[in-house]
Design a protein around this ligand. Sequence first.
Ligand code: PLP
Length: 399
Amino acid sequence: MEYQFAKRMSNVKASAIREILKATSDPKMISFAGGNPSAEAFPVEEIEKISADILTNEPISVLQYGITEGDQELIQAATHFFNRHEQVMKADDQMIITSGSQQIMEFAAKILCNEGDVVICENPSFLGALNAFKSLGAVLRGIEYKNGQLDLEALKQALQMEPKPKFMYLIPNFQNPTGMTMSLEVRKEILKLAKDNGVLILEDNPYGDLRFEGEAIPSIKSLDEDGLVIYAASLSKIIAPGMRVACCIAPKAIIQKMTVAKQASDVHSNLWAQKVMARYLQNYDMDAHIERIRMIYKQKCHLMLDEMKKHFHPDVQYTIPTGGMFIWVTLPESVDMLTFVKKALEKNVAVVPGNAFLDDDTKECHSFRMNYSTPTNEKIKEGVKILGEITYEMLSISS
Ligand SMILES: Cc1ncc(COP(=O)(O)O)c(C=O)c1O
């Protein structure tokens, strides 16, 4: 049988990261390709205790169908939690609980984009979101970085080009894949551009709480007084991604449309997971928990950077993150990045080729992404040394 698939899926490929992750199931492989929380970062005992308590004392509350917007107890606890340092939830806003923040990306495109509509994204950006937009018929218009910040001139031009974009998808904190953070000035300027051009912003902030250096910068959502920002907050990176619990905060009209989209998709998010998250947020010291995981990532990030400094050829450049999970490495133009990544895989070290994160993955790219949250300290040392040897091998050939 020759299957006739829908046209809108024709330029959506299986995620390059998921494909590489399949190869990394081999125990010999050192994987810097994932983006998973560290195994040490999970509050396992607490989750076990809360779960047992719910299933013993109020099982039907989590085994029955629930309402689409989400469990009321979680909505209250999450509102309090995400508003604790800044006002992300405005008077006209509402929250919907989703199955991971990945679902927010899908719903944003589903409710806002017709076939062929344009979404502006950072170039590079989070592959899962780009695939969600493309699978719903959206066309990506990528904006490059210049001197460590989004190129605002290029953004201005992209906003004025026809067709007019539907929204800008941005990850201002410890971006995936680059690990970079937008300055306050750039955030304010982007918000102004959104207002002047009447274009919405989808602000994705799964890593904001994982800052291990410097001062927190206000979210674009907290700066917005005009209902321009859809805010995606996730509990994946700070509690547990397997539970698939995230929250979208946006003006009521947008959340109401997302509610209809969710009814057509999965009715509501898993009630057991929502209830466990609600009780965890209410009854445990989240600040202490977050501080503990920040310290794990700080140590791992510094270890990886130190080892890179020791072993990488000095012509190789990389970002120095102040939070999050990723480092973006750029090889000199004389070195073919895909050959580098293949050589690394042959030596059992996996990284993600940078072109996977571009608006058009056939564009030339000399960068790749490395993750430091998942591998152990030993694997970080071992894997970076191997990558370092390949940088010297390939740079000495190319020079
Ligand atoms: C920038 C970004 N947004 C969203 C997600 C999706 O996270 P989740 O669906 O687990 O909330 C990820 C996951 O890696 C991510 O890196």
